[in-house]
Design a protein around this ligand. Sequence first.
Ligand code: URA
Length: 211
Amino acid sequence: MPAPVHLFDHPLVQHKLTLLRRKQTCTAEFRSLLGELSMLMTHDLTRHLPLREVEIQTPLAPARGRLIEGKKLVFVPVLRAGLGLLDGMLAVIPNARVGHIGLYRDETTLKPVQYYLRLPEGMPARDAIVVDPMLATGNSAVAALDLVKAAQPRSLRLVCLVSCPEGLANLRARHPDVPVYTAAIDERLNERSYILPGLGDAGDRYFGTRA
Ligand code: URA
């Protein structure tokens, strides 16, 4: 039985995703919406984190409270578009560690080519979250999960903003044990392997690299 696909169905997520998708959304608005979306998604994504009881002192009295247990989380954005979600995630969890995976899509073979990998130390004691906003063919996400899995994190999840049936099927075949979190499962891929209706090229829209 493969791990579940979790849909971020909160009304705020769906509202902001719709604004983000629109063709007329400018670069500045795209950035701020993506930041807001990533904060909302991180809130949901970290629901499972274990807590430990602690004793604290408020200005008025001793109290018992709960803090997140264990070593710091690791976010692993897949460059370049994954960076668009990182600031929002760090706004919610400022102490998280960050790894980077550089992959580009060879436009002829559509296969991912790795050009960078840097993960924090102590991965076996950490929960890792791979961040790739668009799950299209799924090839980059599969390659990114291969690389992070090799470092043996305590747990591993994938978060993507928009996915599609083809990408999810690829992922389920290659990494059935990894839970996937997404805000939308779109219709299909086009002949250039872009998601339809999707939102276009997430990296270009976030970095403003295309007119
Ligand atoms: N990458 C994107 O940015 N958008 C797509 O639709 C597919 C891959």
